[in-house]
Design a protein around this ligand. Structure first.
Ligand SMILES: Cc1cc2nc3c(=O)[nH]c(=O)nc-3n(C[C@H](O)[C@H](O)[C@H](O)COP(=O)(O)OP(=O)(O)OC[C@H]3O[C@@H](n4cnc5c(N)ncnc54)[C@H](O)[C@@H]3O)c2cc1C
Length: 512
């Protein structure tokens, strides 16, 4: 048994330095609290940097906006109206810079494995690192490990996977980075494809150029199976459009248990193999990728969800469809349901949920039988299909960041308290950073008010603190989202299961 060889102490201990943890650490330290950030890897940013998930979804505001703007000022971001991208290596360095500048201490290579509890309070966390076993005490703890590692160790109830899919997690996709891509040629090929006689926006096989080419390659015996449901190719600010770096997340591994080391290993091995097949396919069949070189697999596996903390409020999937607002709302969420189907056979995500009755302002229709088995292979759902209205937004309540049963534990990011489909929708980077910022500010207020338990903290004060730090929670999201609200057109369900706003001339409100 290793004995503790080093001890640290802080006011706020943040476990996990992904998008959520980095924002939490910055917010707590800027609020004047002695803050320490524990990260098991050797850089910050989590899936956004180490997972090569470089496109930032959701409303970009607060610390997330500041980070992107600082990157952009140095030429390391691509500032698009929707899904702006951050170059991962500079993204890591900029986060590190912001965390240190705020006055927070970082410990890298530090894996949080356990905690010491007294009554209902965490006294310290136990971590393993090159120094051996270390103990970090604090007044308030924030679990931003993505997998709820600290909450789990503190015996907070956690949920994994969905009931409908018998506990399976969403499918897993490892990101990868390619060099020497002629993105200009690829974009021109995509534009030409939309005028090709075979193009059909209402047929999943003929909608995306990549998927069409995959089916052609399968027919010729050059690809054994569909590997990707069509892709967003995320441009990196490296090179020029005719020869540049891009990141992709494309291939899926199914039937995943993301809290099980044996299964996680299977996923990683499967993803390595599928990425290599997919890159070979791109090089051979897709214009613009002829000279592409696989620079690297993402150093972090593409786990979309694993454990979810059970909190004071469990955000429900229907809250998103109903565009629910909360008095303690700390982030405005605009994106659609995005549950990547856990089982094989259906190569896309569920962009709808099921509910007993139609609700406003969601786009609702009675359950359709078509595709039922592929999308819901284990049980046939009942009721109405509910899709989010792209002109609306919901809010994340601060209470969904407060872990149940422990007095001084907050959480943020993809392990926050939500049901399976709410998590599938809200887990993305913009909201993860927003939640992190709110958790950091909430931790600071908890200390200032000398409260016994975080659940006693009035979440309206955290909302106020978010607004005072410049987050616009008092008006509907602007930019891309304002464009969606004002775009004249009809809301239709696309074959990719999404709601598109289509104008009479066939154009859509989507801007990339
Ligand atoms: C394939 C895929 C595609 C996606 N596409 C998009 C997209 O296009 N746009 C978008 O916005 N979002 C996307 N997402 C979602 C998004 O990347 C994540 O949900 C988001 O990064 C969550 O942030 P987080 O900080 O909660 O967790 P993570 O990013 O997982 O970060 C957790 C951090 O904690 C560290 N950690 C974990 N356990 C411990 C421990 N025990 N001790 C110490 N440190 C620990 C990890 O090393 C990591 O740095 C995608 C996700 C996947 C997997």
């Amino acid at each position: 048994m290793l004995t503790t060889c080093k001890r640290f102490d802080a006011d706020v201990v943040v476990c996990g330095g992904g998008p959520a943890g980095s924002a939490a650490a910055i917010a707590a330290a800027r609020a004047g609290k002695r803050t320490i950030l524990l990260e098991m890897r050797e850089s910050l940013g989590g899936l956004c940097t180490n997972g090569y998930i470089t496109g930032i979804a959701g409303v970009v505001d607060g610390i997330c906006k500041e980070w992107l703007e600082r990157l952009d000022a140095e030429g390391h971001a691509v500032m698009k109206p929707h899904l702006p991208t951050a170059e991962p290596e500079h993204g890591k360095a900029m986060l590190e810079h912001m965390v240190l500048q705020a006055g927070c201490r970082i410990l890298y290579g530090t894996h949080v494995v356990d905690c010491v509890k007294e009554d209902n309070k965490i006294k310290s966390v136990i971590a393993y690192c090159k120094s051996g076993k270390i103990e970090i005490s604090g007044r308030v703890f924030i679990d931003t490990t993505g997998d709820a590692d600290l909450a789990f160790a503190a015996e907070v109830p956690c949920e994994v996977g969905s009931a409908e899919f018998c506990g399976l997690n969403q499918s897993v996709t490892m990101g990868f980075r390619l060099a020497y891509v002629n993105l200009q040629k690829y974009n021109e090929a995509n534009a030409a494809w939309k005028k090709h006689p075979d193009y059909d926006p209402n047929d999943l096989k003929k909608r995306s150029l990549i998927v069409y080419k995959e089916h052609q390659a399968i027919a010729k015996g050059e690809l054994h199976d569909l590997l990707s449901p069509g892709n967003i190719v995320y441009p990196m600010p490296v090179g020029d459009p005719t020869c540049m770096d891009v990141t992709l997340d494309a291939t899926h591994t199914f039937d995943c248990h993301c809290d099980d080391v044996v299964d996680l290993t299977r996923q990683i091995v499967d993803q390595h193999r599928k990425v290599i097949w997919f890159v070979d396919f791109l090089k051979k069949h897709v214009p613009g990728f002829e000279n592409a070189v696989l620079e690297s697999f993402a150093p972090m596996n593409g786990v979309r969800d694993s454990r979810r903390v059970v909190g004071e409020y469990i955000m429900r999937d229907i809250d998103v469809g109903m565009a629910k607002k909360f008095e303690d709302g700390i982030y405005q969420h605009t994106e659609f349901y995005d549950t990547h189907v856990p089982t094989p056979g259906h190569h896309t995500a569920l962009r709808h949920i099921h509910y007993k009755e139609p609700v406003e302002p969601a786009i609702c229709r009675p359950q359709q039988d078509q595709d039922d088995y592929m999308m819901h292979p284990l049980v046939k759902p009942e009721g109405y299909e509910i899709r989010t209205n792209p002109r609306e937004y919901c809010e994340i309540p601060f209470r969904s960041l407060i872990a149940k049963g422990v007095d001084n534990l907050l959480t943020a990011g993809r392990c926050f308290s939500a049901d399976f489909h709410a998590n599938g929708c809200v887990r993305v980077i913009g909201p993860s950073m927003g939640m992190g910022q709110a958790a950091g500010l909430g931790a600071s207020l908890f200390i200032d008010q000398n409260l016994c338990a975080v659940r006693e903290l009035d979440g309206k004060l955290v909302r106020k603190a978010m607004m005072e730090s410049g987050v616009a929670l008092d008006k509907a999201p602007g930019g891309y989202w304002e464009h969606q609200r004002n775009f004249k057109g009809t809301l239709v369900v696309s074959p990719a299961d999404m709601i598109e706003i289509r104008a009479e001339d066939g154009g859509t409100a989507t801007m990339m």
